[in-house]
Design a protein around this ligand. Structure first.
Ligand code: ATP
Length: 370
């Protein structure tokens, strides 16, 4: 098993485009790490530099402790699975899976043994003699995984491998990839723009924006303790609610959102003390949709309250997403399925102030982390 280390790795394309700015982090041996971010954030560039398909402008890249900056891809002991898996249509599944090994001159018996083992792992035993065209999208993607598997690489690199599949297939393949990782214990780097895929698959996630790493953390830490507004907004569906306003140091703290909209925050003395230096400053408060609840008489008296107008109701079976408006603020709540409000209805809402996240409105950095 091998780790991957990046030390100030930069990529500037020949046209001057800086795609990755000084990335420094280590991927542990056997870890499944996910690179995530919006289109153009640099995740594919980062992966391709690790693969050796893209030259590194500056910095050092190590795989299994060895500097590989100048090693060609075939000598890096990695295997890659792409979104466009490009199987050879005229070859059988078995031939497709073994083709890379054949090119490298591996003995036939070896190839057969490895293909058989990979087919068993991936549940492809029954279709080894079929042509790719006779398989479903999910099966074809498994063949592409198998092609990587037979190489027995030190590191697997997967670039949006599931984005050609329909939603249901994506879900089942996601589970298979997680199982495969657990079974093989090989280091895997997985690129996706899909935050759900990132959260469910990654042991750790690297969140990128404009070529800059924003945060590297476990899924739950990213969700609960994002370092900035971008990370808070990128992870979570429906997205985190944001309330923008001027913070006032009064007992329990308050947010002046508009001339006629002021929210008493009910913060603890410790949080108030931490926020004191931001008195009079423009802040953005983040609140996850599941933290917003219907107001009830038994909630603590210090919990903030507001009344919002229901605009859209989305029942998704296990819960209901309710989009609302409170004066100028848009709010979304995830409510239990027993609650099915009507559009136009007014809902009294409340939340525990401990669930609030505080961000500086200018820098967008989180300011309340102790
Ligand atoms: P996507 O999800 O859309 O694939 P990404 O996060 O993988 O996006 P990259 O493909 O790594 O992003 O691109 C990062 C930035 O580098 C983008 O602004 C892109 O336009 C630019 N870029 C990518 N390849 C090249 C190239 N060969 N020459 C110049 N600029 C490039």
């Amino acid at each position: 098993m091998s780790g991957v280390e990046l030390e100030s790795v930069r990529k500037v394309y020949p046209n001057g485009r800086a795609a990755i700015a000084a990335a420094s982090f280590a991927i542990e041996p056997g870890e499944l790490i996910v690179f995530v971010g919006p289109s153009g954030c640099g995740k594919t560039t980062l992966l391709r530099m690790i693969a050796g398909l893209e030259e590194i402008t500056s910095g050092t890249l190590r795989i299994a402790g060895r500097v590989v900056n100048d090693l060609p891809p075939k000598d890096r002991d990695i295997a890659m699975v792409f979104q466009n898996y490009a199987l050879y249509p005229h070859m059988s599944v078995a031939e497709n899976m073994g083709f890379g090994l054949k090119l490298r001159g591996a003995p036939r018996a070896d190839i057969e043994r490895k293909v058989q083992a990979a087919a068993e792992t991936l549940g492809l035993g029954a279709v080894l003699q079929s042509r790719p065209g006779q398989l479903s999208g999910g099966q074809q993607q498994r063949v592409a995984l198998g092609r990587a598997l037979v190489r027995e690489p030190k590191v697997f690199l997967l670039d949006e491998p599931l984005s050609n599949l329909d939603a249901k297939m994506r879900l089942s393949m996601r589970v298979e990839i997680a199982r495969l990782h657990r079974r093989l214990g090989t280091t895997m780097i997985y690129v996706t723009h899909d935050q759900i895929e990132a959260m469910t698959l990654g042991q750790r996630i690297v969140v990128l924006k404009d070529g800059v790493i924003q945060q590297i953390d476990t899924p739950m830490r990213l969700y609960r303790a994002p370092v900035n507004l971008f990370v808070a907004g990128f992870l979570g569906s429906p997205a985190i609610n944001t309330l923008r306003g001027r913070y006032r140091t009064v007992a329990g703290g308050a947010l002046e959102i508009a001339a006629d909209t002021r929210l008493a925050l009910g913060l603890s003395p410790a949080v108030c003390a931490r926020l004191q230096q931001h008195d009079g400053c423009e802040l953005v408060l983040g609140l996850r949709p599941e933290a917003l609840r219907l107001a009830t008489a038994d909630q603590p008296a210090h919990w903030p309250r507001c009344t919002a107008l229901v605009e859209v109701v989305e029942p998704v079976g296990s819960e209901v997403f309710v989009a609302m408006r409170w004066n100028t603020c848009a709010l979304t709540a995830r409510l239990p399925p027993t609650v099915l409000p009507a559009v136009g209805e007014s809902l009294a809402l409340s939340f525990d102030p401990d669930d609030l996240l505080f961000f500086d409105a200018d820098s967008e950095a989180r300011i309340d982390s102790a």
